[in-house]
Design a binder for this molecule. Structure first.
Ligand code: SF4
Ligand code: SF4
Length: 286
């Protein structure tokens, strides 16, 4: 038995914590488990993915989960910008945070079983808010246990009660409410896979561009100036993805915006082709 779960959420909703809590529940029940996150731009609201594997044998796979049995979608809107169904196994499960009933929840993937739960509503009702944002991870875990997964809700609740201290009670209540009120639609083997396996999906993210703040442009922080060697660059976009200032623009190729580059050299560190070198920055007017 190997069950792979992929969580999709936004920064601040607790997807990474949910994936860890699930792995810990499995571990306490005597299974082998692992949990790992994948961050893009690590900021509140940005898309976040996290993975959990559960097995009754040692797990040697350490990669991201590309073919999950279960996909957990913490944010109803994220399906519009991220292909959450990519690689899901036929006969697998989607556990969705939605106000819709499973029958109304039309998403074109009729080869999947559905668990539908209004986790946002349950989080608001139980005052699971951080800085005004509903944290839906624990109710989503309650709903997830309605899918085909051999974990026990009492074990999960015990872990959450221990881990969350004063907030534990509210989270345990949210788990049990979600478990109780989640609606399940089983469609094993009833439909043909509509998702064309070889279709290339264009994923579009909202991208913010840097702007001048009260302390001026971030270029003034720069001790080192990164330079891209386009003879080595293979357009992998790693630097663009990891730049914390969004100072790498995507035109026909990656280009550094030296008005906002702060010289942290994260781009150079993540470049697999060693295509970014750096030199001491000397500003003529300083
Ligand atoms: S050094 Fe690289 S990663 Fe850092 S701000 Fe400049 S372009 Fe972005
Ligand atoms: S990380 Fe390196 S190889 Fe990849 S796009 Fe940036 S400069 Fe090019």
């Amino acid at each position: 038995m190997l069950i792979s779960i992929r969580f999709h959420g936004r920064g601040g909703q607790g997807a990474v914590t949910a994936s860890k809590l699930l792995a810990q529940t499995a571990s306490e029940m005597g299974y082998y488990s692992q949990s790992m996150p994948f961050f893009g731009a690590e900021r509140r609201g940005a898309p976040v993915i996290s993975f959990t594997r559960i097995s009754d044998e040692p797990i040697y796979e350490m990669s991201q989960v590309y073919h999950p049995n279960i996909v957990v979608v913490l944010d109803p809107v994220i399906m519009k910008v991220v292909d959450v169904f990519r690689g899901v196994k036929e006969g697998g499960w989607i556990v969705a945070n939605t106000t819709k009933k499973p029958d109304e929840f039309v998403f074109g993937q009729e080869y999947l079983n559905i668990v539908a739960v209004d986790a946002t509503g349950i989080a608001i009702k139980n005052d699971l808010l951080v800085a005004g944002m509903p944290v839906v991870n624990t109710p989503m875990l309650g709903a997830l246990l309605r899918a085909d997964i051999p974990l026990n809700i009492e074990v999960l609740e015990g872990i959450v009660a221990r881990k969350f201290g004063k907030e534990g009670k509210k989270n345990v209540k949210a788990i049990s409410e979600a478990y109780e009120f989640a609606e399940v639609k089983l469609i094993h083997g009833s439909g043909k896979r509509r998702y064309p396996k070889k279709q290339k999906i264009k994923v579009e993210f909202p991208i913010s561009t840097p702007a001048e703040g009260v302390a001026g442009k971030t270029k003034l922080w720069r001790d080192f100036r990164p330079e891209i060697n386009y003879d080595k660059c293979n357009d992998c976009l790693n630097c663009w993805l990891h730049c914390p200032e969004s100072a790498i623009r995507l035109n026909d190729r990656v280009e550094i915006d030296y008005d906002y580059c702060k010289g942290c050299l994260v781009c150079a560190a993540v470049c697999p082709k060693k295509a970014i070198t750096s030199e001491r920055e000397v500003f003529a007017d300083v």
